[in-house]
Design a protein around this ligand. Sequence first.
Ligand SMILES: [Zn+2]
Length: 127
Amino acid sequence: MRTHTSPMQARTMERMEPPVRVIVPGKAYRFEAQDASHEWQFTQLEGLMVDKNVRMTDLKGVLQEMARQLFGPERKVRFRCDFFPFVEPGVDFSVDCAVCNGKGCRVCKQTGWLEMGGAVLSTLRCR
Ligand SMILES: [Zn+2]
């Protein structure tokens, strides 16, 4: 049982020359306290894009489309600068809560947003 799917990024970069575009889905398991928004088992999606002229807008477009395909076309997404100890500089990616439609509930801790994950920007050049 793995705690994340990140080793696939290193394996991919060892085996492939750029341009590289991969999505790595997989089950992950963590010893965490369970609550309305955390489980000990979850499905993790990681993406890796290495190419010339990759921009923040590419990342935003991929994540926005993924959210709409998974949670419905009416979902809103937001991106915020955030700190993650394993990715710096990092960005937080959230989707408006489908349970309460962004009004606030127990699942979204009354914020109206569900954090989907973080992303590293260090290989991107924002223009
Ligand atoms: Zn909610």
